[in-house]
Design a protein around this ligand. Structure first.
Ligand code: GLN
Ligand code: ZN
Length: 763
């Protein structure tokens, strides 16, 4: 049994990419061969030292370490437990092997990447098989522990249950089959950490707030698995005190009871997305240190300190002691508000990025242990800043609220779909199996240079617009030459499909330096949705009508849907997400109507993120899907039946949302067919989908040029599942990351494939 003293204030984890994305730059220059390993390691060590110092300066008595990563914490865990997929063993240098697993090489396919729970972070999926032989490699965690020094350093590792729940099996053995062997490795790890002087270890088990373990056939319930794994680990003779951490939701009383029934010393819960009430149903918590995540680690709002303190007080009697923490790692928020010079005072007062959250945790811990008066000044300042959120006129705009309240069911519905199809066909006169693309064309260096020049003030808005128009000219001409049927303008003016709209809509704030890691070295800067959404004027009409003026073929208007805008932003926490989605939907609806008025006959509303906001618990999924579908329909159903609405979906396995895709009732859905076109179509048929569909026949995620024969075969297969008058021919996603030459060659083949299939399809 461990004798470690309880801690009172900490955070679950921290950002790691660098306050100015120093790590991103250092890694990318290492990849390009511009710097050597030693200089990369120096940057990394510097960032870790800065973070450790920052946490100590904040007054925490326990500091997370091993939260750094050169790419991803799941990949780090795979290496720690000796479960890196064997194909990477051929790379001899350990760091290069690591990056090979993350990004692939000329001969090695990388690990698959997928979303980390319901965040915008993506992890690398460990591959397990009958041959996986777990063995401990504690190099990284021991090095980071030693580097931080001090008894306050608390190594953080992903736990065995979460590791297995998120891994995939590459043969037919169950991923949980060798759980005992894996737990044995954690057993050894605990010994090594104790030897190295660690007094506490944090073992993260966010999988326990989902249904993943319960849904896996091969194992007992999550509660049973958690109970047995942690009974075993807490039985290790020489070990640090164990803090099992859950986050992103509520683990439920049964799981908590199972954990509390073991010898672990501390249990962490997310009291922002989970509930304090659950804890009341767990009597055995009374012997544990409860690590209470009351400061939101994944959204950017300032904490209501009085409310958080009340929560802390309410759980105080339920545990042996209470420590204050964030609800999850602050990996998911930007470093600091300091660089945000364009924030007005009100808005600044409502926000807290990672650095500000550290301060909130420390303040709350003081209040909990010494009384609120000890930090009265901080509490008062916080309350005063937050008070303006209730009265700021941007937060509640009466006209928006009245309009939303008056929305009726019939505003979500269009005419009968077959009649729409006929009316659209009459207007557009398209051939069978019409060809189109998803929206963006290659982002050329001319586009990037123009954007940089505009930012630096080297060119003015008018010159920038001229250059973008000239890009549109080129893209329209290319599509005419290739013989595509429904053209696009190519999206040269868009930096990003969400930010572009957020910058034009009231209610959003685009940060200057609010970068968060999306995966590896890729960072995103999500806009902040803080107020009611107002569209002051048309956002895309000038660009699209310009493109339409250059061709007789129909040009597709291109918009981002409400769910995707929401999914890729930091969203206000003072109203249900559904209401925010519907406000955005109204703005998109007005844009659709304006495009229609300007003579545009085809409008695409992209929803690639439809699946991303899917709740972690099965029970919550139907309600989400209902409002997500409704908000898409609200945004698209304002147009006449003669206007053709397209949507585009990608980035995911569609299984769980396939019914929702049909319910969107778009006239045409282009969809990434990750497996095969046929399978997606079969799935859609199974839910009674009757509208147009374009399963991607050209994989844009690879530079390979698909041959005409290959795409012809895909189309012939597709025709077995859908009639010719509903089948569209298109790539599986936008082309912006690709080069001009490969795109031109691929699209030429795509058009040829459509032409090759048409005669037989007509017959
Ligand atoms: N219209 C967007 C594009 O073509 C869609 C991007 C996406 O699906 N992520 O770039
Ligand atoms: Zn896509």
């Amino acid at each position: 049994m461990s004798q470690a003293p309880d801690f009172t204030a900490t955070v679950d984890g921290t950002p790691r990419i660098g306050p100015n994305r120093e790590l991103k730059r250092a890694i990318e220059s290492y990849w390009k061969g511009q710097t050597d390993r030693a200089s990369l390691e120096k940057v990394a060590a510097g960032l870790r030292a800065d973070t450790t110092k920052q946490l100590r300066d904040a007054g925490f008595d326990s500091i997370p370490v091993n939260t750094f990563s050169y790419y991803d914490q799941m990949l780090d865990t795979a290496i720690m437990v000796g479960a890196l997929a064997p194909r990477f063993a051929s790379v001899s240098d350990d760091l290069d092997r690591y990056f090979a697993a993350a990004r692939g090489t000329a001969d090695l396919t990388p690990l698959e990447m997928t979303k980390w729970f319901d965040t915008n972070y993506h992890y690398l999926v460990p591959e397990l098989s009958a041959d996986t032989a777990y063995s401990l490699d504690a190099t990284k965690v021991l090095a980071e522990l030693a580097e931080a020094g001090g008894a306050d350093a608390r190594p953080v590792v992903i736990g065995p249950i979460t590791f297995l729940a998120l891994a995939k099996s590459t043969d037919d053995t169950s991923r949980f089959e060798k759980i005992d062997e894996l737990v044995e490795v954690y057993d050894q790890l605990l010994g090594k950490l104790a030897e190295a002087g660690a007094t506490w270890v944090q073992i993260d088990e966010p999988a326990l707030v989902t249904d993943i373990v319960d849904n896996a056939d091969e194992v007992a319930t999550a509660a049973e698995v958690a109970g047995s794994v942690y009974a075993r680990l807490s039985g290790v003779a020489n070990r640090p005190a164990i803090f099992v951490n859950t986050y992103f939701g509520d683990p439920g009383a049964t799981v908590l009871e199972a954990l509390a029934g073991t010898g672990v010393e501390a249990i962490g819960v997310d009291l922002v997305y989970g509930s304090a009430d659950t804890l009341k149903k767990v009597p055995s918590l009374s012997s544990k240190l409860l690590v209470a995540g009351v400061v939101n680690g994944r959204n950017i709002w300032r904490t209501d300190l009085d409310k958080a303190l009340a929560t802390l007080e309410s759980v105080k009697g339920l545990a042996r002691a209470v420590a204050v923490s964030t609800s999850c790692s602050t990996l998911h928020v930007p470093y600091s508000l300091e660089p945000e010079t364009e924030l007005d005072d009100n808005l600044r007062g409502w926000l807290a990025f990672a650095a500000e959250k550290f301060g909130e945790v420390a303040t709350l811990a003081t209040a909990l242990n010494k009384g609120r008066d000890a930090v009265k000044k901080e509490f008062d300042a916080s309350a005063a800043a937050l008070a303006t959120r209730a009265t700021d006129p941007r937060v509640k705009v009466a006209a928006v609220r009245e309009r939303l309240a008056a929305v009726s069911e019939d505003q979500l519905a269009r005419g009968e779909s077959q009649a729409r199809l006929a009316a659209q066909q009459e207007r557009l006169g398209l051939p069978l199996l019409p060809t189109t693309t998803i929206g963006s064309y290659p982002q050329t260096s001319a586009i990037r240079n123009a954007r940089a020049a505009l930012r630096k003030g080297e060119i003015d808005e008018a010159e920038y617009n001229n250059r973008m128009r000239s890009e549109i000219d080129d893209v329209i001409e290319l599509q005419e030459q290739l013989g595509l049927d429904v053209l696009v303008h190519g999206e040269p003016e868009r930096n990003d499909m969400v930010q572009y709209f957020a910058e034009q809509l009231d209610g959003f704030f685009a940060t200057q330096n609010g970068w968060v890691q999306s995966y590896g070295t890729r960072c995103v800067r999500p806009p902040i949705l803080f107020g009611d959404v107002v569209r002051q004027q048309p956002m895309t009409v000038d660009w699209i009508t310009y493109a339409q003026s250059k061709t007789k073929k129909p040009v597709k208007g291109m918009l981002t849907g409400p769910v995707t805008i929401l999914a890729w932003s930091f969203v206000r926490d003072d109203q249900p997400e559904k209401d925010s989605a519907n406000q955005i939907a109204l703005a998109i609806r007005d844009e659709c109507v304006d495009l229609e008025k300007a003579g545009i006959g085809v409008i695409q509303v992209d929803e690639p993120a439809l699946r991303e906001l899917l709740p972690l618990r099965d029970a919550d999924k139907p309600e989400y899907l209902k409002w997500a579908v409704d908000s898409f329909r609200l945004s698209t159903a304002g147009v006449e039946d003669t206007t053709q609405i397209h949507t585009h979906l990608c980035y995911s396995e569609f299984g769980e949302v396939i019914g929702a895709i049909a319910d969107l009732d778009a006239d045409v859905t282009s969809i990434e067919a990750a497996r095969s076109a046929m399978e997606v179509l079969d799935d859609l048929n199974a839910v009674g989908f009757k509208n147009g569909v374009g399963p991607g026949v050209y994989d844009i995620h690879s530079p390979r040029v698909p041959s005409t024969e290959e795409m012809t075969k895909s189309l012939q297969a597709a025709l077995k599942a859908v009639p010719a008058n509903r089948l569209w021919v298109n790539p599986d996603c936008g082309l912006k990351t690709r080069g001009n030459e490969e795109v031109t060659a691929s699209l030429r083949n795509l058009v040829d494939a459509a032409k090759a299939v048409r005669p037989a399809a007509k017959a």
